[in-house]
Design a binder for this molecule. Structure first.
Ligand code: ME8
Length: 642
């Protein structure tokens, strides 16, 4: 294994608007990784910051009637405040308007210019101010930018160009030879496909007359640096490139985290810029998916489905928001988020699994051993399995984290929590307590539970930095050396005899919730109808609008990354349809094949977790149970249900 050094970066965020959940998610992932690497003994450097030049920012400042510098100062501070609210502990925060950054941008430009990789030319193209880049015809959807929904502006002007195309073959080979350079693999393939055709040269300047807000080119003051060429360099300017100690120490270990919207600048512009400037290439690019609103649609103010992570953090605490996002969204995939799902996750994993384990353990130590952690005897029976699983956990978690499978890492920790809860049921300490001859056995069981909780508290710290302290407080452990990564690799290092602290419920169950988020437009109009009025009768004509049909299930499978959903292929008459149903917790795919179910056949198709669903199954549900409505007897698929 190489040197244990880790450099993690987030994108530097545009300061044209306030921080939102997408920024928060990426930054939480970075903070989780930074904390875990620090815990595991890596020399870690975590950089975030703000992107403050370019047309988009200049326009936002103007709209606000503010001087650009005053505007970016104010907005950048809002990002720093936001990160405090989510317990983000970065080592450095870079702003592209800082002198330390501007200096490096000019140095690198000069270097690339002297290498002969910059020339002046005339350019005509379609520019999206939202993306701050020219889009190719191929990237447009119905003539619009797919990310911003706007029609790009036609631009024709004299710009300096960087010879990006010159490095295309080199980059393509580099990516092919380094399978872990861009992750997950889907995005690597996307980049390889971009590079299979000419990428052209990159326009890297804007005439100062039109865009005065930027860093002047060192050899031509009439032009300012294009915002992406400027922004990407933050990753090295923050390390005091070219001769900083930090640069030498951290740069080659750089892991960049980005969202899929900025794949091309990071995967194509950036490595070719580095190559031309004679700077080594970063270690890897990690591409996250996009968060969608609770309705599975792209979050937008006009749809009213924007989820505010800072309001959620205020209501439930930052640790809960962090855990929820890290646990529910497999890194690299798109996924819906919302308050109801957060509460569900909270009740299941935190209030039930972890909360119960802690309160049962502390209560029993208090009751059976007067509040002192007892001294264990020799392990027997189920102890062996608990101990073996505890000792395997750190390596399992480490390898999942290094592969960026964060959801899986948390699942592994919760599997162990589940194991410990099961251990209580298996050993039944309350029964042992009734038999004085079983006192030593009881001591062993309770000791093992306290030790398991110590190990758990260390593992969850990167996700939930505030919680471990509370767990340790209740177990009465204060010795820092018991909270190192090394110390969790061995079971049984917790000293006996510690006096436990005061018992408190850390995660009270949330019975119901008044949702914070503003309801989406559809919900709002439904809400209006429903509020205060009695359920109305519907006419037979209204009922007849719903086309219910018998459908035969031909195939059923799970959907990766969506643990509640199943994808079904059903037959309705001669037609085959795909239906996505939220029944994975209640039915195994193989149980469904051959069943005749009832579906709403004229429901408008919708996408669930990106998978199209052309209809809906009927099911009866009560509390946690869900049972499908099926049809018995000899009737062909497609028959109408009336
Ligand atoms: O692109 N879901 O800044 P930006 C998940 N300044 N992540 C999301 C998201 C969503 N719905 N929306 C945004 C810029 N993000 C440039 C970067 S870097 C040298 C310059 C996250 O403020 C995601 O990480 O538009 C995305 O890449 C980033 O915010 C874009 O932030």
């Amino acid at each position: 294994m190489g040197e244990r050094v880790f450099y993690i970066t987030t994108p530097i965020y545009y300061v044209n608007a306030d921080p939102h959940i997408g920024h928060a998610y990426t930054t939480i992932v970075a903070d989780f990784l930074a904390r875990w690497h620090r815990l595991a003994g890596y020399d870690t450097h975590f950089l975030t910051g703000t992107d403050e030049h370019g047309e988009k920012i200049a326009q936002a400042a103007q709209k606000n009637n503010e001087d650009p510098q005053a505007f970016v100062d104010r907005m950048s501070a809002r990002f720093r405040d936001a990160w405090k609210k989510l317990n983000i502990e970065y080592d450095d925060f870079i702003r592209t308007t800082e002198q330390r950054h501007k200096k490096v941008v000019q140095q690198v430009l000069q270097k690339v210019y002297e290498a002969g990789d910059i020339y002046f030319g005339e350019y005509e193209g379609l520019y999206c101010v939202g993306c701050e880049r020219f889009l190719t015809e191929k990237e447009l959807v119905n003539g619009r930018c797919p990310d911003h929904g706007t029609v790009p502006e036609k631009r024709k002007e004299g710009n300096y160009f960087f010879r990006m195309e010159k490095y295309r073959e080199w980059l393509r080979n580099y990516i092919m030879e380094n399978p872990d350079f861009i992750r997950p693999e889907g995005y690597r393939n996307e980049v390889l496909s971009m590079l299979s055709e000419p990428v052209g040269d990159l326009s890297i300047s804007r005439p100062r007359k039109r865009v005065p807000w930027g860093i002047p080119l060192p050899w031509d003051e009439e032009h300012v640096t294009y915002v992406w060429f400027d922004a990407l360099l933050n990753y090295v300017s923050a390390l005091d490139y070219p001769n900083g100690e930090k640069f030498d120490r951290y740069w080659v270990h750089a892991w960049h985290l980005i969202g899929k919207d900025i794949l091309k600048p990071h995967a194509v512009f950036w490595p070719t810029m580095l190559k031309s400037a004679g700077i080594p290439i970063y270690k890897c690019l990690n591409v996250g998916g996009f968060l969608l609103g609770p309705d599975g649609k792209k979050m937008s103010k006009s749809l009213g489905n924007v989820v505010d992570p800072f309001a959620l953090a205020e209501k439930y605490g930052p640790d809960v928001v962090r855990y929820y996002l890290l646990r529910d969204l497999p890194y690299g995939q798109d996924g819906a988020v919302g308050e109801a799902a957060l509460v569900e996750r909270y009740n299941a994993d935190l209030a039930n699994d972890l909360g119960n384990l802690l309160s049962r353990t502390v209560t029993m130590i208090d009751k059976f051993f007067g509040g002192y952690i007892p001294s264990p005897g020799l392990p027997e029976g189920p102890d062996h399995e608990l101990i073996a699983q505890a000792e395997m956990l750190p390596d399992t978690v480490e390898s999942l984290i290094r592969r960026l499978e964060l959801t899986e890492a948390l699942k592994a920790i919760w599997k162990f929590i589940g194991r410990a809860n099961k251990y209580i049921d298996e050993t039944a300490p309350w029964a042992l307590a009734k038999d004085p001859s079983k006192k030593e056995r009881l001591a062993t069981v309770l000791y093992n539970l306290a030790e398991a909780l110590r190990i758990i508290s260390v593992h969850i710290w990167p996700a939930m930095p505030n919680i471990p302290g509370k767990i340790r407080g209740q177990l009465g452990i204060s010795d820092e050396s018991l909270f190192t990564w090394e110390s969790v690799k061995r079971f049984g290092v917790l000293p006996a005899g510690l006096r436990i602290g005061e018992k408190k419920i850390i995660f009270p169950r949330i019975e119901s919730t008044v949702e914070l988020k503003t309801a989406s437009k559809e919900e709002k109009s439904e809400g209006k109808k429903g509020s205060g009025e009695k359920a109305e009768f519907i006419t037979i004509d209204e009922f007849a609008k719903v086309d219910l049909r018998v459908a035969e299930v031909l195939e059923a499978s799970r959907i990766e990354g969506a643990d509640k959903l199943l994808k079904l292929k059903v037959k309705i008459g001669d037609e085959e349809r795909q239906i996505v149903a939220g029944i994975a917790k209640h039915y195994k795919p193989e149980e469904l094949v051959g069943k005749k179910v009832v579906v709403v056949a004229n429901l408008k198709p919708a996408k669930l977790r990106g998978v199209e669903s052309q209809g809906m199954l009927l099911a009866a549900s009560s509390k946690e149970k869900v049972v499908l409505v099926t049809v018995e007897g000899d009737i062909e698929p497609g028959a109408k249900v009336k």
